[in-house]
Design a protein around this ligand. Structure first.
Ligand code: DAH
Length: 341
């Protein structure tokens, strides 16, 4: 019996299995009902009493060793299976790179421009750092007008015709009137600067789109129709507009335009403060003085102009109540516009 125990011990030590099936076969061969170890236990019954102690101990050790070896082989097989399994699925489509999203101000600016392009308007741009002539003087701003004061405007130089950061994109209409052949039909998107305390409703940097149309026989009715078309494209086909008399130095007559509230459709809500109307832009017929200042014959030509704040339109479109969201570039805010790429 001693030799048989030793032979099985050697077999256990040399045991090498690569497959689950081989391990199971080894287990049955050693520990199964008719296995070698099991058989030794049966034979143990007829061992001489004086040898029982010695063989009993050896047989128990042999059985434990065989079970431990089978367990060890199983674990090794499992680990190697895990290690060799591919860690990724080659048939899956690749990860896409995060592309980011367009800024909501860019989305709205492009939408405004696209609407006017459809109406035959070209895009014109001008410098952000401008002179007093193009920002104020040529636009009929009287010398005492508050917009010319230091507290509203960022001046770069002082003296005659000082350099400043443009406070509105109306300066681009002056440049257009000075240089472009008539008729002129343009929109001028751009950044503007005002010396304002930053709040939910005001910022020192924001964006405007200016519009200008000059030709023979351009009337207030043409302006109204262009603005109505714009409002319906931007806020929905049911949108109505109303014009309130207003004042701008460079237009006469001047008006401020409201659109019917796109939230409550005119019934009154907290966005339109119960009025049913939202202000979107300023406009008017170009003052003859302004035409003449840029060398255009005001007897022959007439025109209209309008100006709107891009952030304002964006706030109305998406009901964003705090203007600062558009400048802080918090990714959580910007990601809301991701689908609009
Ligand atoms: N420039 C004006 C502003 O910044 C907006 C504006 C009003 C532009 C009336 C116009 C206009 O062309 O006709 O507040």
């Amino acid at each position: 019996m001693r030799e048989r125990i030793e032979a099985i011990l050697a077999e256990i030590n040399d045991l090498k299995c690569r497959k689950e099936q081989e391990i199971e076969e080894a287990r049955v061969r050693l520990l199964g009902k008719k296995g070698e170890v099991t058989k030794l236990f049966e034979e143990f019954r007829s061992v001489a009493p004086e040898l029982k102690k010695e063989f009993g101990k050896s047989l128990n050790e042999l059985k434990n060793l065989a079970s431990a070896k089978i367990e060890e082989l199983r674990n090794a097989l499992e680990n190697s299976a895990e290690a060799s399994a591919p860690s990724f699925d080659l048939t899956k489509p690749g990860d896409s790179y995060p592309l980011g999203s367009r800024h909501p101000v860019s989305i709205v600016r492009e939408e405004i421009v696209a609407i006017f392009r459809k109406l035959g308007y070209d895009v014109a741009e001008g410098p952000e750092v401008e002179d007093d002539w193009h920002v104020f003087e040529a636009l009929n701003f009287p010398p005492e007008h508050p917009a010319r004061e230091m507290q509203d405007t960022f001046f770069v130089t002082s003296g005659e015709n000082p350099i400043l950061l443009r406070t509105h994109t109306s300066s681009v209409q002056v440049r257009a009137m000075e240089t472009m052949p008539l008729p002129i039909r343009i929109v001028c998107p751009g950044r503007v600067f005002r010396n304002e305390a930053i709040s939910a409703r005001a910022h020192c940097i924001f964006h405007q789109v200016e519009g200008l149309y000059i030709d023979e026989n351009v009337t207030f009715a043409d302006m109204k129709q262009a603005i109505l078309l714009f409002a319906r494209e931007m806020f929905g086909s049911e949108t109505r507009i109303r014009m309130r008399p207003s004042y701008f130095p460079f237009t006469e007559p001047s008006a401020e335009v409201d659109v019917s509230c796109n939230i409550c459709h005119g019934k009154g809500c907290n966005i339109c403060k119960g009025t049913g109307w939202l202000e979107i832009l300023g406009c008017g017929m170009v003052d003859p003085n302004v035409l003449e200042a840029s060398g255009i014959d005001s007897k022959k030509y007439s025109g209209f102009a309008f100006g709107m704040g891009v952030e304002r339109i964006a706030m109305l479109k998406w009901q964003v109540k705090d203007l600062r969201n558009y400048f802080e570039n918090d990714l959580r805010f910007l990601k809301e516009f991701e689908t609009n790429i």
